[in-house]
Write a protein that binds this ligand. Sequence first.
Ligand SMILES: [Fe+2]
Length: 325
Amino acid sequence: MSIASRERTTVPLATDGPWTVDLPPEGGIGAQVRGLDPRRVDATLAARLLELVYEHKLVVFRDVSLAAPDYIEFARRFGTPQIYFQPNYHHPQHPEIFVSSNVLENGVKVGVAGTGRYWHTDYQFFDDPLPLTMLQPIRLPRTRRETMYIDMQRMWRTLPAELRAKLADRKAVHEAKWRYKIQPTDIDKSITEILAEFGRETPPVRHPSVLRHPVSARELLYVSEGFTVGLDGCGYEEGKAVLAAVFEFRHRPEHVHVHTWNEGDVLLWDNRQLMHRAGDTAKGEQSTSWRIGIYDGLPFYTNRPDGARPAAPPVIPGHGHPSSC
Ligand SMILES: [Fe+2]
């Protein structure tokens, strides 16, 4: 039985208002909030909604449709909206909105088409990854539009022991250059130049392969097919082989939660706890969605007691880092 098809329970949101929350079954992903007007969310209610996000990893707000200013204001209830580092993704009037679209607006290209169609977590390739992502579709294909999620707490708990042993207490290396999308300004540059330029702007970063969540203290597997390119202390081939085995296990259909989009859905999820990937858009269909990345003011992980990002492992003079894993 899929995660999505098990029985849900409905509970009040425990704050005054006409809204209700459907909770997922034990171990499932995603609470659903109905009857909420996002323009009337005060600090108390926002804090309660954030609790739902941290507990159930994903919240679906049903029957919501927000113009850009209200959408940004709703995101601000949960933290600080991000301005994405590449301006070609920006909404023309509202840079907080990252536009994924294959539709010309008055003959002009807006945003970028075909984003995120691989397993990843947003901004994993930066020192400060995105804690939260909010997503609102503006145009849904007439056929089907889906976003898929995998629960990283469950994956770490159920990963085969030999793979857990390879990843525990080890940092992983992440970079985005292999996902870079060519822009008009790249014409006449060689692929080598483009990769070198982008690599200077976004050099590889390291994060623990297993994160500790700042709110729940849960342990979470934090490597992705999209951005993780190696494991510290492993040779190139061995690191790739370990990651391939992890992904083969993790991406099995029984581990995947599918959100099928309906008109009026707005999603908010925890990037520490979920990997995601966008579904394909059928040929000839139009699709536009608005993403807002949100910094929730908490450290991304608390692998050290002081909450700081773990320092690079010490190098013993004359020994260097281990060469195999
Ligand atoms: Fe994404």
